[in-house]
Design a protein around this ligand. Structure first.
Ligand SMILES: [Zn+2]
Ligand SMILES: [Zn+2]
Length: 395
């Protein structure tokens, strides 16, 4: 029997429907046991076990990270290599407030569905479990270890509050740490003998706030003071702050990081405190868009009854280590709404939505759309060519 693309897609959807209770159980199990970056022991083991049961060759501990997974389907044939990515780290204190349990389980569901028919499907299928997205970005280490070198395309989904989009941009992000060394003295008895490190931090913030009017609209600079002294009667001899600098392009992000350094150097001159300026590596790169792959995902989503809901113009954007992947191979990171847009990401309410009935439904629909888009790429060589061409044009 010769299968058509539509028949493959029907088979993938049937598989996911048939296994929906089991997938929901896995998603809720990860949700009930939130594990922060690099501590995703239970989640990575649970996913690895499921993939092993389905016959995948599983490497747990890829790229030197204990909780990173590369699971390859054993039935390989000529054709494109497609990776479906799963994140599973939670946030400190507020649990799965970014819904990564849904990401992990949708990727698993898609891979199990595709794996069940892999004998007839051309190409190579890989599940990649990517830890620590909320921290330093496990995908970056996986890119640096060359794990994406022989992959033709990567895809994942992310839950969202109130919008469903396949082509949302992500910002480049660099973390900067500033520290000032001053001189302690009695803040009332002999303030003239002190050098106030906290004032230098505050002056840095003031400089950045003056700069803010003159930066491009999508860019962001936001920071917190991590050390500000110990007691009001001691002139602070040490103070420190941490900043995230974000921009739509990697070059503009670098330019802003330099401007932030100038603000800190100015504050150092003004106060006499010595500056220690550190850029925390690695940086999250901007996102290289891939319209043909995004459009294919959107078409598949609409075919299963998930309408596209665009973000209002002027909405802010976040950053993700998928950006670094998208600079190496074609990649998509579509969003599907799991709740009302009055709810913020990284909130208790979003964590609740990530284990709600709608959250489950979206996870299953995402698994279907991921599998269907992979089927497009496995079976339609012209589409794969268009995806490659678009990548070369945009990167
Ligand atoms: Zn997040
Ligand atoms: Zn997230």
């Amino acid at each position: 029997m010769i299968f058509t693309i539509a028949m493959w897609k029907d088979k993938a959807r049937e598989y996911i429907d048939k296994n929906s209770d089991h997938l929901i159980e896995i998603s809720d199990e990860i949700h009930r046991n939130p594990e922060i970056a690099f501590k995703e022991v239970k989640a990575s083991r649970l996913l690895s076990d499921e993939l092993k049961k389905a016959g995948f060759e599983v490497e747990l501990g890829a790229a030197g990270m204990d909780t990173a997974i590369v699971a390859t389907h054993p039935e390989q044939s000529k054709g494109p290599t497609i990776a479906i990515l799963g994140e599973y780290d939670a946030l400190p204190e507020i649990g799965h407030a970014c819904g990564h349990n849904l990401i992990a389980t949708s990727a698993l569901g898609a891979c199990l569905a595709l794996g069940s028919m892999k004998k007839e499907l051309t190409g190579k299928l890989i599940f990649m479990g990517t830890p620590a997205e909320e921290d330093i970005g496990g995908k970056i280490a996986m890119v640096e270890a060359g794990l994406f070198n022989n992959i033709d395309a990567a895809m994942m989904f992310h839950p969202a509050p109130g919008y469903t989009m396949t082509g949302r941009q992500g910002l480049a992000l660099t973390e900067v740490k500033i520290e000032f060394l001053g001189k302690a003295s009695h803040a009332s008895g002999s303030p003239e003998k002190g050098i106030n490190a906290l004032d230098a931090v505050i002056q840095t913030f003031n400089g950045i706030n003056a700069l803010r009017q003159h930066i491009k609209s999508a860019a962001r600079i936001h920071g917190v003071i991590t050390h500000g002294g110990t007691k009001p009667n001691i002139v602070p001899e040490y103070a420190a702050a941490s900043f995230y600098v974000r921009a739509i392009t990697d070059d503009y992000c670098k330019e802003l990081v330099k401007k932030l350094e100038n603000c800190a150097r100015g504050a150092s001159s003004a106060t006499g405190a010595t500056l220690k300026y550190s850029i925390i590596e690695p940086s999250y790169q901007s996102r290289v868009m891939n319209k043909p792959m995004g459009d294919a995902f959107a078409k598949n989503l609409e075919a299963i009854g998930e309408p596209i809901i665009p973000l209002p113009p002027g909405s802010g954007a976040g950053s993700s280590d998928i950006g670094n992947v998208s600079h190496v191979i074609p990649a998509i990171h579509p969003y599907i709404s799991i709740c009302d847009n009055s709810i913020a990401g990284h909130s208790i309410e979003f964590a609740e939505a990530s284990a709600s009935k709608r959250g489950h439904e979206v996870m299953l629909n995402a698994a279907k759309a991921l599998a269907m888009t992979a089927i497009d790429l496995f079976t339609d060589s012209q589409m794969m060519d268009r995806v490659r061409e678009e990548f070369r044009r945009n990167v």
